[in-house]
Write a protein that binds this ligand. Structure first.
Ligand code: PRP
Ligand code: URA
Length: 208
């Protein structure tokens, strides 16, 4: 598995604002969307293109376009939902799947409650999005589901990751490409990322 850590100052700046307790729901949502778009720009740098003929005011020419219909964005519910609009701003014709998982508060193990993926998933470039990669349990389970349904080309984008999550995902799915906005220090006793940003789902949806 390849792991890419984001170095762009705009991404770093926006992640810093995201962490602040004083950042309210409205701003938090906006930042998550912007970060997803900036990370998506990096993560989609190898999207294949196909040539089409277009007519300029001067002459006909053959130029490259992206086939957005071959892309599937798959948020892990709930918090991943906050990143979808950022990717769709880049590739509006991408299809969107959903995987519903929540971490048991006691065991920290992921539980599935929903999975719906676009058709012909085996032919698509899949981008799984979830702001937090903590123990890695949810990420591993999500990629397990996608592979069980035929998904092959998988990228995973997380805004903040703990070293434990990166290592667990890398061991379970060495074939995927991981994009991390910022690698944090560690997990605490409740499996929250330190320094992190708290509970991403609660901060996006205002359920604190
Ligand atoms: C959060 C987050 C990830 C998961 C990461 O979701 O959005 O999906 O925890 O933790 P892990 O790497 O230890 O599995 P949560 O389970 O809190 O659900 P929610 O998005 O519905 O709040
Ligand atoms: N899920 C979150 O939302 N935040 C963490 O720090 C860990 C898991």
């Amino acid at each position: 598995m390849s792991v890419s850590y984001m170095t762009h100052p705009l991404i770093k700046h926006k992640i810093t604002l995201l962490r602040k307790t004083a950042t309210g729901t409205n701003e938090f949502r906006k930042l998550i969307e912007e970060i997803a778009m900036l990370m998506g720009y990096e993560a989609l740098a190898d999207l294949p293109t196909a040539d089409i003929e277009v007519e300029t005011p001067i002459e006909k020419t053959v130029q490259p376009v992206i086939n957005g219909k071959k892309l599937a964005v798959v948020p892990i519910l709930r918090a991943g939902l906050g990143m979808v609009s950022g990717i769709l701003a880049l590739v509006p014709s991408a299809k969107v799947g959903h995987i519903g998982l929540y971490r048991d508060p006691e065991t920290h193990l992921p539980h599935e409650y929903y999975c719906k993926l676009p058709e012909a998933i085996d032919e698509r470039q899949i981008v799984v999005v979830d702001p937090m990669l903590a123990t890695g349990g949810s990420a591993v389970a999500a990629v397990d589901f996608i592979k069980a349904r035929g998904g092959k080309k998988i990228k995973f984008m997380s805004v903040i990751a703990a070293p434990e999550g990166v290592s667990t995902l890398m061991k379970a799915h060495p074939d995927i490409q991981l994009y991390v906005g910022c690698l944090d220090r560690c997990l605490n006793e409740n499996a929250y990322i330190c320094p992190g940003l708290g509970d991403a789902g609660d901060r996006i949806f205002g359920t604190l």
